[in-house]
Structures are given as C-alpha cells and as structure tokens.
Design a protein around this ligand. Structure first.
Ligand code: F6R
Length: 370
C-alpha cells in the first residue's frame, strides 16, 4: 500500500497535492461561492460569534496557529489557539458566543475530546475539523468540516497538517462571506490562489526533493537544529522542529524570528544549523527585511544558515549557506508550501540515520489517554 514509496510517510508527503485538492473539492458552487453543506450551525449563531478558540494538540495545534493569522485578517473575529490539555484545566472564558474549532486528524485524541466536552458544557458551539469520518470528536461536535486527506498511517502528521490549514481557511472564508466582511469581494481571489496550491506543492516535490535529501545527508550528525520564522512562518518553524524531534530524535526548537534577540541568539555558536523560513518580499510591511537581518545576525555568529525562500528572492542568496526555493504565493498561503521542505528534511535525516520514519520510538498514531 506504500505505492512504491520507501515509507508511508514518503507516500503521504507525496499525497499532499491530492490531499489539498480533495479538501477543496465540492466546497465551491458554480459562482465560486463557498458552500459548506456540513455547517449544521445556525447562520445567526455564526453571525453573532464574538470569539473563536481553536483547540488541538501537536501538529494540529500548529495548523490552528497558522489559521489564526488568516481568520483574524479575513473575519476580524478575535481568535485564540490553545493546546487542548491546557484549555480544559484553566477555567477559560467560553460563552454561547464563542465558536470553538477542534482540530484533530484522528478524531480520537483524548485531550481534545475532553476540551470539546468542556466547551460544550459552557454553551459554546463546536466545529470539528477532522480527517476520520465518524470518529469521536466530530460525533460530539455541533458540526464537522472534514479534511479529505485520506488515511494517514505514518505516526508523524504531514498531509493531515496541510489539509487542516486548508479546512481552517475554508471556515474563515465562509465566516467572512456570511458576515459580509470587507474582504468578501476578495474571497474569489483567495480561493483561486488556494486552488493553485496543489500544482505548486507538486513542483516542490519534483524540483527540491533531491536538494533537501542531500542537505539531510550532510547534517545527519547535528546535535540540534533551530528553526526561525515570522508571522505564519512562525508556526511553520515550530512544525519543522517537531517533525525533526519526532523522527530523527534531534533536539530542535522553533522560534519567532523577532524573539531571537530576546534570548535564543545566545544559543548560536560556530556551525549551529539554523533553518529560516523567509516571508515573501511582497508580503506584510517590512517583515522580509527583518528576517533577512535575522539571517545576518546568526550568520555573523557562525551559524550554518539554510533558508526557505520564495522563487525570485535573490536577496537571501548572499546571506545563506543554502537556499531552498518554493513557488511564489500570497503570505497566507505560504505555509502550504514552506512546510514541505521541512517535512522532507526530517524524513530524510531520520532515514539517513537508519531510523523507522513511520513508527518513531515512544509515539502512537493517536493518543487516546489524557
Ligand atoms: C505530530 C503528530 C502529533 C499529532 C497530535 C494530534 O506529527 O502527529 O503531534 O498531531 O497528537 O493528533 P490528532 O490530530 O489525531 O488529534
């Protein structure tokens, strides 16, 4: 069933163009408007929502963190992202006007199930974003928005992550459409960009896999890797670090690039591998320039700088030991592309070390205990 791939993870990484396309499928009408048939929550309730709380664990929580940037930008609804196990135990402020979005690949993560139950007891409406039809979380929620990634077998989540981001984006655009936000006119353009993503992911698989493999091979003895990102690149950096911990058992951390000078820069020493996710040059304000200076700062202290940047961004070249280019897209869509090299890097590094990438030690595919 691995379809000729060396591992399920390798197959699932290659399934991602399809996973994104399938998650979009059937959710647009002929006029390009979003139709979420599964949204069994009264429109008036959705219109009155004054806060969104995303609850999830691990990779699913990083998908939520990416989505926060999009949902707040498009809908102007304050959005928080919280680890399900923390949410449940701290007496959070949840009312009937809170929309809780529970993200889970398996639908069986006990921490997330308990958080869903807690939220509903407080009167909140819960939407599940889930990959497993009929599992506990969607069954116990008010509505379910399924990610159509297909079964994910490898313990480390890859295609589920991308489809979770896509499903959250659909939810955000749906709420913007429903509530008549100023971005309504732009929804068609955003959906058009979303539909161009599968081909761009395929391009990364075709064009950069061997480069990332060689990079992983060269770095199989590293003791730690730091990942830096800003804006949506920040959760992407944390996801890249998580993949490396899980699969290659290498100490890794994802930081917000702006936080570097507030402490983590002390970690930089000669030869330290730092992987930096660079925002688009056309993106928000001066973030590109700021991240470029972060690259210079760590490089000046001896770091080995590997940069993930947008095609055509030649400015990064002079400060990077190596640049991995991904196709151009908008700021908010970038995580659907920049995550790919990080997934491949972790998988190839684990493979180079002779580890089982589908079944990392100490981990289970779904965590059904609290
Ligand atoms: C990371 C990973 C885990 C899961 C987390 C939530 O690669 O697989 O961090 O993302 O345990 O699982 P689900 O999405 O099934 O609730």
């Amino acid at each position: 069933e691995k379809g000729g791939f060396a591992s399920f993870m390798d197959k699932e990484i290659h399934d991602q163009p399809q996973a994104v396309a399938d998650t979009l499928l059937g959710r647009l009408d002929t006029e390009g408007r979003l139709t979420l048939d599964e949204m069994h929550i009264d429109e008036n309730v959705l219109k009155s929502v004054d806060k969104i709380v995303v609850i999830a664990c691990g990779t699913a929580a990083y998908a939520g963190q990416v989505a926060k940037y999009a949902i707040e930008h498009w809908c102007r609804i304050p959005t928080e992202v919280e680890l399900a196990h923390e949410f449940r135990y701290r007496d959070p402020v949840v009312t009937e006007k809170t929309l809780v979005v529970a993200i889970s690949q398996s639908g069986e993560t006990m921490d997330t199930i308990m958080a869903v139950r807690h939220a509903r007891q407080q009167g909140a409406k819960v939407i599940a974003i889930c990959n497993t039809f009929g599992s506990t979380i969607p069954r116990e929620s008010d509505a379910a928005l399924y990610t159509h990634a297909g079964p994910e077998i490898a313990v480390a989540s890859t295609k589920a992550f991308l489809s979770q981001v896509v499903a959250c984006y659909l939810l955000g655009l749906y709420l913007a459409q429903l509530r008549g936000n100023k971005f309504r006119d732009e929804i068609g353009t955003i959906l058009g960009e979303l539909q161009s993503i599968p081909a761009k992911i395929q391009h990364i698989l075709d064009e950069t896999k061997s480069q990332v493999l060689a990079l992983a091979d060269r770095n199989q003895d590293v003791g730690s890797v730091l990942f830096l990102g800003r804006h949506v690149g920040y959760p992407v950096a944390m996801e890249g670090a998580l993949k490396l911990k899980e699969l290659a058992y290498i100490h890794a951390e994802g930081f917000a690039a702006g936080e570097l000078k507030h402490g983590p820069i002390a970690l930089i020493d000669d030869g330290q591998l730092v992987i930096i996710v660079v925002p688009s040059k056309r993106g928000r304000d001066s973030l590109h320039a700021k991240v470029i200076s972060n690259i210079q700062e760590v490089r000046a202290r001896g770091a080995n700088t590997v940069v993930i940047a947008e095609e055509g961004d030649e400015e990064v070249d002079q400060f990077a030991s190596e640049v991995i280019y991904v196709p151009e897209t908008t700021t908010l869509m970038a995580p659907l592309l920049t995550t790919l090299p990080l997934q491949i890097f972790a998988m190839e590094l684990a493979t180079a070390k002779g580890l089982d990438v589908d079944q990392p030690r100490n981990l289970a595919k779904s965590v059904t205990v609290e």
